[in-house]
Design a protein around this ligand. Sequence first.
Ligand SMILES: [Zn+2]
Length: 470
Amino acid sequence: MSLYRGFETVIGLEIHAELACESKVFCTCRTAFGAAPNTQICPICLGLPGTLPRLNRQAVEFAVLAGLATGCTVAEFSRMDRKNYFYPDLPKAYQISEDTYPLCREGSVEVFGRPIGIERIHLEEDAGKLSHGKGVTLIDYNRCGVPLIEIVTAPDLRTAGEAHELVAELRRILRYLGISDCRMQEGSLRCDVNVSVRPAGSDSLGVRTEIKNLNSFQFIEKAIAFESRRQIDLICDGGTVRRETRRFDEVTGSTHSLRDKESAADYRFFPEPDIPPLRLTGADISALAARLPELPAALRARFAALGLPEADIRQLTEDRALADYFDAAAEGCENVKTLANLLLSEFLRLAEGEGFACPVPPERLRAVANLAAAGSINASTAKRLAARTWLEGIDPEETVSREGLAQITQPEALLCGIREVFGENQALISQIRSGKTAAAKALVGKCMAHFSGRAEPRLLTRLVEEELQK
Ligand SMILES: [Zn+2]
């Protein structure tokens, strides 16, 4: 917990994630990102009079999966409502959402070992996108009607770092489920942050403000840090916090009042008359539960049981494709630490773009790790071989025997080469012997080069040191 002037910060999040459905939530328009403006629209998503929405089954399934993966209870009865507001990004002048009877309720997600409550997850439609220029505002309705889930957390978070980690974990979960690409820079994952402060140890909640539409981890952290300090300074100077919606200024890192917070009454919610209530049976919900993949937390626990270091586990489980690849390669591997190392250093360097796509069959990388584990090759040969399985498509075992890459471990063979290198480097050796010991490293390097990098490194270093003593 971080305290400033004796106050603690209380944070709740509302996270909007666009679902990876091919078509919109109430019509069959496409949802692809980046299409020319107003080319993915129809009378339904434009809200023209006389049109009727039809609920997208896949969007409901995806929302239920999100609920199940976050430990929520999925409602057998849920209902869409109209949320009325007049703004140019929403041509119908209302958004179809779920107010009174959301699809999922009361789950939790663990952050830094502590459960953070998920109050609800509901399904709704996205609005259009406004671009403000000099004296004009342009409207693109392609995003209008794109299926969205809103995940509302309990006010359980206490620091900007916890808020960051919760969004990161939810993003991992949604990506593992394959139900959202969660690209913050494209707006498919956006976050509203509710911030209030109270004297440390108090049970009651202070007046909260809401900061809208944050689309990067950095902005989420900065907005929380600024807003909590602003409220504490205001209270300590005798002022009171107003319930309002605020905007985060990305340039100055500060927040500014946008408008008084709307209350539910302002939206005049009422049941959506054009869409019947949604009734799911226990069997429907079980069938979806059976589709849940292994989730990031379970995977992290399993990788930790293999003895991998925390930093490697974090990196491996950030992307499901990478985790799956490691999983496949680790089966029957003699040294999973080396395997993880090769994957994270050599393969991640070669992988391009988002999402880990690897041309090397997992058993090839496992073969490299096993050769290293058995002492047949040294660590630097293992790295080079791993890179070559990717770049040249080589078979590691066959390459080691064909190119004679096996590690040299016989002292006699090593000594013979070391003496040759000593003979060629008399000046360097007398420098070392006269006290410039730092140069010994360069000498070992020359000896390693003499063996084309194949010498057993510890033995080589010891023999060089012994030779120098003579
Ligand atoms: Zn449409």
